[in-house]
Design a binder for this molecule. Structure first.
Ligand code: AN0
Ligand code: CP
Length: 320
């Protein structure tokens, strides 16, 4: 595998899920693959799960992980081409990327959407530069528009916990005080469309996700109606994707607390299990009662981040 951004990169989903369950059962069985291999994890943004699970996955495979916190302990990096670098950025990505590539075998990059320029974000400019200039396989650790390691872990969690062959999975928008990227809902939608589930998306008007991620999913604007009979509820906030009105891209259009997932919402589901990628704001996205209930899967879901990362790194090591 050369790069990991989209669901297609993992190939057959049933095979990937089978491999994930094998890796989970026997995490150290492929330790020989990573001997004398190095992965550099480049973080332009904060992280708890991705940072730790990626390192743990690398260690399970016998690899050496090195973490670089751009904005923390490296030079500030310029990402635009053709600019006069007279500001606070001391180094350009054009040099930094090949240098990083020369020190490692695989690169992981976290680089959130800026949420001001839709075209630039949806062009995945930073990730594209890493692919072009590093000469190494590149993993998106949440880039501007996708978070595939999260969506793969979400799918593994659904597969492990589903109580019927084809569950109804509902992804719901929920309120948040700050503008957040669309990477998590984009990838979740993309992966659910590829999986054997009945997938429904619900959000207030104006929050329509990019059609290339929505695919054939059913979009239901009435949240309660969407929740009826659901087997899994996947909550997430996202800012305006700017599909119908590009001027609204990255804006907060609603803080309607009526969308917070609470017991009243869960009551109309088929005793649904609750998912969220974390970090989550309690009593904004989801009530304490729901996230603390025995039907909440947020901790096993986060634990599966090691598994998804390990399958991806294993496949990359196998194809080096
Ligand atoms: C980020 C987001 O919504 O994309 C990371 C989630 C994994 N969340 C926050 O910044 C709170
Ligand atoms: N879910 C997730 O990616 O969490 P972090 O932002 O903490 O890595």
């Amino acid at each position: 595998m050369r790069s990991f951004f989209h669901v297609q990169d993992i190939g057959n989903l049933d095979e990937a899920l089978k491999e994930a369950l094998e890796v989970k059962k026997n995490p150290f069985a492929w330790k020989h693959l990573g001997t004398d291999k190095t992965i550099i994890l480049v973080f332009f943004n904060n992280s708890l799960r991705t940072r730790l699970s990626s390192q743990k996955a690398a260690l399970n495979l016998g690899m050496n992980p090195i973490v670089l916190n751009v904005n923390g302990d490296s030079w500030k990096l310029e990402t635009e081409m053709g600019v006069v670098m007279d500001g606070d950025k001391s180094e350009h990505l054009r040099e930094a990327i090949p240098v990083i590539g020369s020190f490692c075998d695989i690169i992981g990059v976290r680089s959130f959407a800026g949420l001001t320029d839709r075209e630039k974000d949806y062009g995945e400019e930073i990730l594209r530069q890493f692919i072009e200039y590093s000469g190494r396989p590149v993993i998106s650790l949440e880039s501007a528009t996708v978070h595939p390691c999260q969506a793969f872990a979400d799918l593994i969690t659904i597969e492990e916990h589903k109580e019927k062959k084809r569950p109804k999975v509902v992804m719901t928008w929920a309120p948040h005080p700050r503008a957040l990227p669309q990477a998590v809902p984009n990838s979740f939608a993309e992966w659910m469309n590829a999986a054997d589930v009945d997938f429904v998306i619900t959000h207030p008007e104006g929050y329509e996700l990019d059609p290339r991620f929505v695919g054939d999913a059913k979009v239901e604007y009435n949240q309660m109606k969407a929740f009826e009979g659901a087997d899994f509820i996947y909550a997430k906030n996202w800012s305006c994707p700017g599909v119908s009105n590009p001027a609204d891209y990255g804006k907060i259009l609603s803080k309607d607390m009526g969308w917070t997932v609470d017991a009243k919402h869960m009551a109309v589901t088929n005793n649904a299990q609750f998912l969220h990628c974390l970090p989550v704001r309690r009593n904004m996205i989801v009530s304490d009662e729901v996230i603390d209930s025995p039907r909440s899967l947020v901790i096993p879901e986060a634990a599966n981040r090691v598994v998804s990362a390990q399958v991806v790194m294993k496949r990359m090591l196998e194809s080096l």
